[in-house]
Design a protein around this ligand. Structure first.
Ligand code: F6P
Length: 390
C-alpha cells in the first residue's frame, strides 16, 4: 500500500505506562497539522513484521485518549524483537527480521517511525536506525532510569500511586502498631521508592543504590519505638538487593538473566523483621497498580511535549535521535547515547540528603550519622539526571 501523503508511523514498545496515549494523541495531532497521514503499529515492534498490523490514526481516533492509561496500540516486552540493556548484554536482532521491518516501512511509505519505549525498546530502535530505518525515539518508563532525560513520563503517575498506597498504609499501621512493608517497582533504579517514600512519609527506604542490612533496618524500628512511634513504614524497591543474596525474583521470563521478573523482596524483609524483633509485620506488593490508570497532569504535559517534539524531529529529518527533557526544555539526544547511561539514585544527592535529615533510614550505617557529612564526601560525584526537583 502507498498513501497519497507522507506517513508517520508510531509504536509503543516494552512495559506500558501512563502517558503513552498522550504521546500518541500529541504526535497524531501535530503530524496531521503538518500534512502527514499517521498509522499506529500494533503490539509494539511485532506489528512491523508478519503479520504486519497497524491502524490509521487521526485526531478523531485520538480524541478521548489523553487521560487513558495504557496504550491503544498495545505493547509487548517479549517476542521476536529483544535487545537487552542494563543488567543484560546487548542482543543483536536477527537481520532477516530487521529486513522485514524495513520492507514494511518502505511499502507503507513511512517517512519516519516514532518508537516510544524504555531502555530495551530504545535499544531496538537503535538497531532499526542502524539498519537504515528512519527512526525517532521517545523515552518512557515508570522507573525513570533513562540517563538522557531528567524525567520520563509515567514516573510521576507511579509515584502518585505508591504515595497513595503509603497514605492508606499509614492509618492502618498506626491503628495496629504494625510494621508495614510496601514493595514498589524499580528494576535498576530506586526512584519510585525514594520519591514515594519521601512523599508518603516512609520511615525506611531500601534502594538498589544503597547497600543495607537487616541490623540497621531493625535498629531504626526500635529507635522509632523508643521515641514513642509505635509503627513503621518500610518502602522497598523490587531491585533493592538482599544482603548476601542479590536480586530477588520469583519468575524467569525465559529470556535470560536480564529479563527475570523481579519481586519478592518485600515479603522477605517482612519475614526477617518479624523473626529478628518479633514485631507484627505485613507486606503489600503494589505491582502493576502503579503502572495502570490515568496519567497525572505532569505526565500528560511531558508526554504531550514529547509527542509533538518527536514529530518535529521527523519533519526535520533528525533520525536516530530521541526526545528528552532537559529542564526547562525539551531537547534531543542520539538514541545510542540515551541507552548507554542509566539514571540511578545518587546516594549523596539532595533527595537522599533531605530524607536522612528528616530521620528516614536507608538501612545503612549513615542512618545514625550527620546527614550532610556524607553529602559533602560525595560532592565530587557527578550529578544524577533526576536527583533534584524538576
Ligand atoms: O521497566 C518497567 C517495569 O515496570 C519494572 O519496574 C518492572 O520490573 C517491570 O517493568 C515489570 O514488567 P512486567 O510487566 O513484564 O511484569
Amino acid at each position: 500500500m502507498s498513501s497519497r501523503r507522507p506517513t508517520i508511523g508510531i509504536l509503543t514498545g516494552g512495559g506500558d505506562c501512563p502517558g503513552l496515549n498522550a504521546v500518541i494523541r500529541a504526535a497524531t495531532k501535530t503530524a496531521e497539522r503538518l500534512g502527514y497521514d499517521v498509522i499506529g503499529f500494533l503490539r509494539g515492534y511485532e506489528g512491523l513484521v508478519d503479520p504486519v498490523r497497524y491502524m490509521p490514526l487521526d485526531s478523531r481516533v485520538t480524541a478521548d485518549i489523553l487521560l487513558k492509561g495504557g496504550t491503544i496500540l498495545g505493547s509487548s516486552n517479549k517476542g521476536r524483537f529483544t535487545a537487552l540493556v542494563g543488567e543484560g548484554e546487548r542482543v543483536q536482532i536477527d537481520p532477516a527480521l530487521l529486513d522485514r521491518a524495513a520492507t514494511t516501512v518502505r511499502q507503507l511509505g513511512v517517512a519516519g517511525l516514532i518508537c516510544v519505549g524504555g531502555d530495551g525498546s530504545l535499544a531496538i530502535a537503535q538497531q532499526l536506525h542502524e539498519h537504515g530505518i528512519p527512526v525517532v525515539g521517545v523515552p518512557k518508563t515508570i522507573d525513570n532510569d533513562l540517563g538522557a532525560t531528567a524525567f520520563t513520563f509515567g514516573f510521576d503517575s507511579a509515584v502518585a500511586a505508591a504515595t497513595d498506597a503509603l497514605d492508606r498504609l499509614h492509618t492502618t499501621a498506626a491503628s495496629h502498631e504494625r510494621v508495614m512493608v510496601l514493595e514498589v517497582m524499580g528494576r535498576h533504579a530506586g526512584w519510585i521508592a525514594l520519591h514515594a517514600g519521601i512523599a508518603g512519609g516512609g520511615d525506611v527506604i531500601l534502594l538498589p543504590e544503597i547497600p543495607w542490612t537487616f541490623e540497621h533496618v531493625c535498629r531504626k524500628i526500635l529507635e522509632r519505638e523508643s521515641e514513642g512511634k509505635k509503627f513503621t513504614l518500610v518502602v522497598a524497591a523490587e531491585g533493592a538487593t538482599l544482603p548476601g543474596a542479590g536480586l530477588i525474583h520469583n519468575h524467569d521470563n525465559g529470556q535470560g538473566e536480564g529479563q527475570v521478573r523481579l519481586g519478592g523482596i518485600g515479603e522477605i524483609v517482612a519475614t526477617e523483621i518479624a523473626a529478628r524483633i518479633g514485631r507484627d509485620v505485613r507486606t503489600v506488593v503494589l505491582g502493576h497498580l502503579q503502572r495502570g490508570g490515568t496519567p497525572t497532569a505532569f505526565d500528560r504535559m511531558l508526554a504531550t511535549e514529547f509527542g509533538a517534539h518527536a514529530v518535529r524531529l521527523v519533519h526535520e529529518g533528525s533520525f536516530g535521535q530521541t526526545v528528552c527533557y532537559r529542564p526547562p526544555d525539551i531537547a534531543a539526544a542520539p538514541i545510542s547515547e540515551a541507552i548507554r547511561h542509566l539514571s540511578t539514585v545518587n546516594p549523596a544527592g539532595s533527595a537522599v540528603q533531605a530524607a536522612r535529615a528528616l530521620g528516614i533510614g536507608f538501612g545503612d550505617a549513615a542512618d545514625r550519622g550527620d546527614p550532610f557529612a556524607r553529602a559533602a564526601r560525595g560532592a565530587a560525584q557527578p550529578a544524577e539526571g533526576a536527583g533534584g526537583i524538576a
